[in-house]
Design a protein around this ligand. Structure first.
Ligand code: GLP
Length: 263
């Protein structure tokens, strides 16, 4: 796992965005795996700026989001489909019909999950999957105890996750406690995975992900099995790692090598 430790959230957003810009410029019809939550918002702003400056075009890009609340239609302001339109899709030249978010209002959610898997496969699989991380180590809505080989399915949210996400809902507003989420097995099939985490609240989850045992108790630790993962974090999120200097040293050496090879 490659761990990149940067000074602050703004640098994390820039670094993450550059990976996506490079990917899309290399393969204009890239299939992106996208994420919600507050962490990726700054990265989406960087992508919007890059699109406006003509440094990247999303015209041929397609996308699959990780998850959606079950019980919310896509036009509901708290739905993740609404979030994605609002934070990214409405501001770049992506074709909306090529953007996919699990259907929170599906009549048959179980069938909808199977169909989502089929759609990802039909698109040729995900080239780069973006992830945030929950304080309990969840990725997508794969809460602790999720099977490390799980596929897209209906998942019940933990109390902690419901509480963490309550800040987005008005008082008294219906807040779903069920979701549709890509599984950990689905995520592990992406060709590349980019995980962003910022702030001290994520420090424990980051430590478990990078240095902890491979365990369903921290779903993100399953990424230790993936051959191309980059974990991009700020100093605060890195604060509980055993040896942050080692990761910084590796990153400096990588840069030196890339420069030497003219990459
Ligand atoms: C939600 C999403 C996750 C996200 C997590 C952390 O539960 N389903 O994909 O990573 O929140 O969100 P934040 O970035 O706001 O801390």
């Amino acid at each position: 796992m490659k761990v990149v430790i940067l000074n602050d959230a703004a640098e994390v957003a820039k670094y993450g965005a550059e990976i996506f810009v490079k990917q899309i410029n290399k393969k204009p019809d890239s299939v992106l795996g996208l994420a919600t939550g507050s962490t990726p918002v700054a990265m989406y702003q960087e992508l919007i700026a890059a699109n406006k400056e003509g440094r990247v075009s999303f015209r041929q890009v397609s996308s699959f989001n990780l998850d959606e609340y079950l019980g919310l239609p896509g036009d509901h302001p708290q739905s993740y489909r609404y979030f994605m339109n609002d934070k990214l899709f409405n501001h770049v030249d992506i074709e909306k019909f090529r953007t996919n978010v699990p259907p929170g209002d599906a009549n048959n959610p179980i069938e909808a999950c199977l169909e989502y898997e089929r759609m990802i496969e039909k698109a040729g699989g995900i080239d780069v999957q973006l992830l945030g991380i929950g304080r309990n180590g969840h990725i997508g809505f794969n809460e602790p105890s999720s099977s490390l080989q799980s596929r897209t399915r209906v998942k019940t949210l933990t109390k902690e996750t419901v509480e963490d996400n309550a800040r987005f809902f008005e008082e008294g507003e219906f807040q779903p406690q069920l979701s549709i989420t890509m599984g950990i097995g689905t995520i592990l099939e992406a060709k590349k995975v980019v995980l962003l985490a910022t702030g001290e609240g994520k420090a424990d989850a980051v430590k478990q992900t990078v240095e902890g045992p491979l365990s369903a108790a921290c779903p993100a630790s399953a990424l230790q099995f993936h051959q191309d993962v980059v974990v991009i974090i700020d100093e605060a999120a890195a604060s509980k790692l055993d040896d942050p200097d080692f990761y910084k040293y590796i990153e400096t050496e990588n840069r030196r090598l890339e420069k030497h090879l003219g990459l």
